[in-house]
Design a protein around this ligand. Structure first.
Ligand SMILES: *Cc1c(COP(=O)(O)O)cnc(C)c1O
Length: 371
């Protein structure tokens, strides 16, 4: 019997949905950017992005990445530069757009793409670069100044911000003002979980308007297809869950940050951070999705997972193997990836869900390093 599961998604309770469901019944509008979807997007622009730019909902972040990339990529480019230390959806989106992933190594402290190595690769690849997709690893408020410069120099940037909805730094939401696309996931396992869903933000309203058209079969106002589209819309039922989630999201974020703090206290008490264990160097306030930690070089993450399982505690190893080691992606080009490979051998993703108690956290940390 599992005592402490890895995740325990906690979506909004059914009672909070009833008023929205009644609205759907009276409007008889079930999709196609209906009134609830519009209200959700307006609230997000108002409450999270200070009306700067625009957003459009999408039915998941993978489709969001495909749409953002296909509407941003340079037409003659071939490669999409991205970290290998990310989820498979990032390179898959590139391939669906007819492009090739080009994997770049990661920094050992913040676990985001290494900007220096990326710059060198951009130099070498020149016009062959179609776009760049950095990943804001595990929701961190990665500094986007460098990527804004790249975007403004003419190389389109799409940020994989799958775990970043709700991440802020000095009261500013992650991505606010960014001229390329920023793609968030609302999957049930993410902190703003609605089941399946996502959101694309950009400070560039025209870009969002093009993406909105693309996610509705590429239809122009006269319902003729004028660009390569697909169906990426969310239903009004999803919008209802999303609206209802907005009302309690602050509490959810606080609960997650509290658990993260408990982890840091326990790690400190057990002296782990002075004995080779490392946590990600992050910035700002993060709506933690889980607790990531690297075990000492002398150990392997698989062994830690087994030790935990023997005590009925579930954990994962995101992202191990890293993308360049997945069978489908093995043939694609990459820079040397020593840091990615080291982190992937050491990374452990520990349980973090909203009802976890301090006692649960103690059990997990004690469970990793049994005396
Ligand atoms: C979750 C995730 C995605 C995919 O999001 P979906 O909404 O499930 O499609 C993409 N990239 C990263 C880094 C993720 O963690």
């Amino acid at each position: 019997m599992i005592k402490i599961p890895f995740l325990r998604p906690n979506l909004v309770k059914q009672e909070t949905l009833i008023p929205y469901l009644s609205e759907i019944e009276s409007s008889r509008i079930y999709s196609n950017f209906g009134p609830l979807n519009t209200r959700f997007e307006q609230r997000v622009m108002n409450e999270y992005f200070d009306e700067l730019g625009a957003v459009t909902t999408v039915n998941n972040a993978t489709i969001g990445l495909v749409l953002a990339l296909s509407q941003s990529k340079r037409p003659k480019g071939k490669y999409v530069l991205m970290p290998s230390f990310t989820f498979a959806a990032t390179p898959l989106a590139a391939i669906w757009c007819g492009l090739e992933p080009f994997f770049v190594d990661t920094c050992s402290d913040d676990w985001c793409m290494d900007e220096k190595i990326l710059s060198e690769s951009l130099q070498i690849l020149g016009d062959q670069v179609a776009a760049v997709i950095p990943y804001a690893t595990f929701g961190t408020n990665m500094n986007l100044n460098f990527y804004q410069q790249i975007h403004e120099s003419g190389i389109p940037v799409v940020v994989d911000a799958a775990a970043s909805f709700g991440a802020t730094e000095n009261q500013n939401h992650f991505g606010k003002g960014f001229p390329g696309c920023v793609v968030f996931s609302f999957h049930a396992t993410k902190s703003f979980g609605v089941g399946e869903g996502g959101l694309i933000y950009s400070a560039n309203r025209e870009l969002i308007s093009k993406i909105r058209q693309a996610e509705n079969f590429g239809f122009s106002t006269s319902r003729e297809t004028t660009l390569l589209g697909l169906n990426g819309k969310i239903s009004e039922y999803t919008a209802a869950i999303a609206l209802s989630t907005l009302d309690i999201f602050d509490q959810k974020i606080k609960a997650r940050q509290q658990i993260y703090t408990w982890y840091l206290e326990q790690l400190d008490q057990k002296d782990l951070l002075r004995n080779g264990w490392t946590v990600q160097k992050t910035a700002g306030e993060i709506p933690y999705q889980f607790m990531s930690i690297c075990c000492p070089d002398s150990q392997k993450n698989g062994d830690i997972i087994h030790t935990l399982v023997s005590q009925n505690i579930e954990a994962r190893t995101y992202f191990s193997p890293p993308c360049h080691q997945h069978p489908l992606f093995i043939g694609y080009p990459h820079t040397p990836l020593p840091v990615t490979e080291t982190i992937s051998k050491r990374i452990v993703s520990l349980p973090l869900w909203e009802e976890m108690t301090n006692r649960d956290v103690c059990l997990v940390v004690e469970g990793m390093v049994p005396s």
